[in-house]
Design a protein around this ligand. Structure first.
Ligand code: ADP
Ligand code: ASP
Ligand code: MG
Length: 846
């Protein structure tokens, strides 16, 4: 077996048997029972003694944070749902993982859950939570995951001891992001742990936590388990510290954003520190501090393939490597500018600026001072921007009053990209290449700074452009070609479903019915007005069914466990920042989504529509959407917008594409109106047939939406625009079948309906006398559109239609003598969903 550097060292040092290896398992490595079993196998294969640091199970810390957010917003139900998800996930892990007696563990899960329930209720009343309370709740993830892993390890035959983190990790506070006291931690950790390690007992420690000065348990800030591991590494003079990750190691960029990110087999501590500080989530920003002056090697290794070498972080300098090594980004920043000619004359301006911010605990990530010294720009986390501005306006109130300073301004929605590499020092032209790459991508640079150490250039850009910026810089420096091997190769398509109403739910139900048909598509997000379920790996058929069932029961997606709350615009903006593979968005809403879709079309997404509004709404919006699709290279399919699953759009498109000239499109395009009018034809009273259509589920909840003709008008507009017209729904006269009570309540209108029966009977009889049938007909030519109730001769194909069937009669130069007639099932959620899925498969396979 290959010795890792540190293990080799240990093997040569028989007098130091208590120097342990530290192994930290992140949340992603603890996703389910199989993953925990994997962790157990890895631990057991490593030399003893060992210390195991454990993160919360995947998603649990987010869930606990969300629990508090909901509770303090007064959403007690939401908070309690989070608690029940917490309980369920941990019990499920016990079920799948442990064979022996699990009573104690289950009792621990239940008591933690009951406590959380009580806390959720109180917070919902108090509407506030101190950092101490938040940490108390946040700690609930690691406490249970560590017990679980300890139980599994012990069941596998290891001697295990679970240690309370507050006994060994000592901090100076504050709650919410405590700083460790290195000396006190060393003393405490050695006192508690060395005796155990000497006996070759495997120590399991919940990560992320430490003792606050008042004796409570504080968290070390998000991602803090990495820091727990390096702290213990330092305290115990560990042979090595290994952070087991869901990625092959430290990569040239976040693979979720830059798909061709590569593994870096070796990274200098200073590079790693810059990356961590500038937002590379893979490493906690302060995780490297404890090892800074030690020779303890740190490894980031893939937990899925434990024999792979991963990344070694050390103080060794590599020579002859590419000057730029890796990229990272800090999101959610704001740019603050202090400006004025007086800056020139006021000594120590920069020092005063940053001194004032530091005194308030506001962290600054990028600082740029124009060479003229008329302005100082810097970025701060967006949620501290207001505070920062207030602090500075106060600090400089005299200068501002005397006109020496113009003032302090702030600009939101900024992100900072960091370009990191030790080799950049003394390598001219790097900044110029960064600018060129960004300019090529149309990414606007807001500010730039180069650290004096020249191991980092940071660039502030518009938040919406950060992913594009990262990808551009990554390819400009050819980081995707570095030697360490590719991180991911993904095929297929990532699908985002917008809307889980009747049609969206039908899509969610149909995919699991024939999973073998949909192997090329991954449903990565289902979005409704409240939020989204997001799973970058693609949801299982079980999850899809569960979402459909929950929506059927009237629950909003944001209330489901693991959901991301937010408006559809927020969610799509978030998703468009990810490295999605050939993304396709399916719009099954009935909302005005043209603007939203234009945004993702600009990001190059393909679009599938069941929603008619983006194509039938105001023409300029439709035109903008089409332009964005052309710009971004995305494709549009919208079979379901006319005639549900019947391939009407396909036929019209193909005729146009092959050079045929369409003369007219004439059709019966409403299932409801078909049912109503063919019932009338057969002698049924108008009111009866409307009630029946309603009962049988053909109509919208309010049948007036169908009878008014607006839905058919939208379809006609969509067809007319395919033929090159640019007119609006408002430009055409629409016959309405709602004769009275258009503004009455639905119930009143329905009850009143029989009063129209006589009028309709006379109308139908008159048509029948002429050997005609009443039909609701949309007629579209290259120059005209009409949507009318018409009497059609019995010989006309539209007269032969029955029930809810749709039909389109196409006359063209080619189909002139005998027109092309397309008839099919034109209504119902499943029919519409079939049209959507046909489009989806067309795009996915092309
Ligand atoms: P853990 O489970 O150990 O806490 P994290 O989820 O905090 O791990 O970090 C791993 C994630 O960090 C990866 O899934 C990846 O998306 C992200 N990441 C960001 N930047 C990088 C990078 N340069 N190299 C590797 N992963 C990165
Ligand atoms: N569970 C904590 C978090 O998600 C700490 C960690 O994973 O390192 O932030
Ligand atoms: Mg982490």
């Amino acid at each position: 077996m290959d010795f890792q550097h540190g293990e080799w060292y240990r093997a040569r040092m028989p007098h130091a048997p208590s120097r342990p290896g530290i192994h930290k398992f992140g949340g992603a490595s603890l996703a389910d029972a199989d993953a925990i079993r994997g962790a157990v196998a890895i631990i057991r294969s490593r030399p003893s003694p060992r210390v195991v640091v454990v993160s919360a199970l995947a998603g649990i810390t987010d869930l606990l944070v969300d629990l508090v957010t909901r509770a303090v917003a007064g959403d007690a139900d939401g908070a309690l749902q989070a608690v029940s998800a917490y309980r369920r996930v941990h019990h499920a892990a016990v079920d799948a993982l442990l064979g022996g007696s699990t009573d104690e563990l289950r009792a621990a899960i239940d008591s933690a859950s009951s406590e959380l329930e009580a806390l959720a209720r109180s917070l919902a009343v108090l509407r506030e939570a101190s950092p101490r309370v938040r940490d108390h709740i946040g700690a609930r993830g690691e406490r249970l995951s560590a017990r679980l892993l300890a139980a599994a390890l012990s069941e596998s035959g290891d001697k295990v001891m679970l240690v309370e983190p507050a006994e060994i990790i000592i901090t100076d506070g504050p709650y919410g992001g405590a700083s460790p006291d290195l000396a006190a931690t060393r003393t405490a950790a050695r006192r508690v742990l060395l005796p155990l390690l000497r006996k070759h007992i495997t120590v399991v420690v919940p990560g992320f936590l430490g003792r606050a000065p008042d004796g409570g348990t504080a968290t070390l800030g998000r991602g803090g388990s990495d820091l727990t591991a390096t702290l213990l590494g330092r305290a115990l003079d560990a042979t090595s510290v290994t952070l087991w990750k869901d990625v092959p190691g430290l990569l040239t960029a976040d693979p979720r954003v830059v798909p061709d990110a590569r593994l870096l087999p070796h990274v200098h501590v200073r590079e790693a520190a810059e990356l961590a500080y500038y937002g590379a989530k893979v490493l906690h920003p302060r995780a490297l501090l404890p090892l800074a002056d030690r020779k303890i090697p740190l490894f980031l290794r893939p937990f899925a393939t434990p024999d792979a070498p991963g990344t070694e972080i050390s103080t060794r300098r590599d020579v002859g490597r590419s000057p730029v090594r890796s990229l990272s980004a800090v999101r959610d920043q704001a740019l603050v500018t202090v400006s004025g000619s007086g800056i020139l004359g006021v000594p120590g301006m920069a020092a005063r600026t940053f001194g004032a911010l530091q005194a308030e605990g506001i962290s600054v990530s990028l600082i740029a001072q124009a060479s003229s010294e008329y302005t100082i720009d810097f970025t701060v986390p967006a949620d501290t921007a207001k505070h920062a501005v207030a602090v500075l306006r106060h600090a400089f109130r005299t200068e501002i009053a005397q006109g020496e300073l113009d003032g302090v301004e702030v600009r939101g929605r900024i992100a900072v990209i960091a370009i990191v590499g030790l080799g950049m020092a003394g390598h001219p032209g790097i900044a110029a290449r960064v600018f060129d790459a960004l300019a090529d991508g149309g990414v606007n640079v807001v500010a730039i700074a180069q650290g004096s150490g020249e191991q980092n250039i940071s660039v502030a850009v518009d938040a919406a452009q950060v992913s594009e910026g990262l990808r551009r810089i990554h390819s400009a420096f050819q980081l995707g070609k570095l030697g360490g091997g590719q991180s991911h190769r993904r095929t297929g398509c990532d699908v985002i479903l917008l809307g889980a109403g009747t049609v969206g739910r039908a899509v969610l139900r149909l995919i699991p019915r024939r999973p073998e048909r949909f192997t090329a598509v991954r449903m990565v997000a289902v979005v409704d007005r409240s939020g989204a379920m997001i799973d970058g790996a693609g949801m299982t058929t079980r999850t899809l069914k569960a979402i459909a069932a929950a929506k059927e029961a009237g629950e909003a997606i944001a209330t489901l466990s693991g959901a991301t709350p937010g408006t559809p615009a927020d969610i799509l903006a978030q998703l468009s920042q990810r490295a999605l593979v050939r993304p396709i968005v399916i719009d099954c809403t009935a909302d005005d989504t043209a603007g939203l879709l234009t945004m993702v079309a600009d990001a190059g997404w393909d679009v599938v529509l069941a929603n008619k509004k983006p194509l039938a709404g105001p023409w300029p919006r439709t035109a903008r959407l089409r332009e964005a699709l052309t710009r971004g290279g995305g494709r549009l399919r919208h079979e379901a917008t006319v005639g549900a699953g019947t391939p009407i759009i396909l036929a019209v498109e193909q005729l146009i594409a092959t050079g045929d000239r369409i003369r007219s499109l004439e059709g019966s395009l409403s299932g409801t109106l078909g049912v109503v009018l063919s019932g009338l034809d057969a002698g049924e009273p108008f009111s009866e047939v409307v009630y029946r259509a309603l009962r049988e589920g053909y109509t919208e909840p309010d049948p007036r939406d169908d009878l008014g003709g607006i839905d058919v008008a939208r379809k006609a507009i969509i067809l007319a625009r395919m033929l090159g017209q640019t007119l609006e729904v408002g430009d055409i006269t629409i016959d309405s079948l709602v004769r009275r009570g258009a503004r009455a309540t639905r119930e009143a209108w329905l009850a009143d309906l029989p009063r129209d029966d006589g009028w309709w009977r006379a109308r139908a009889d008159a048509a029948r006398a002429k050997n005609h049938s009443l039909r609701y007909v949309a007629r579209v030519t290259p120059r005209s559109v009409s949507v009318q109730l018409r009497e059609m001769p019995r010989s006309h194909p539209l007269s032969q239609l029955h029930g809810s069937a749709n039909q389109l009669v196409i006359s063209s130069d080619r189909y002139h003598e005998s027109p092309l007639v397309i008839t099919g099932h034109g209504a119902g959620p499943e029919g519409t969903a079939t049209g959507v899925l046909a489009d989806l498969l067309t795009l996915a396979s092309a």
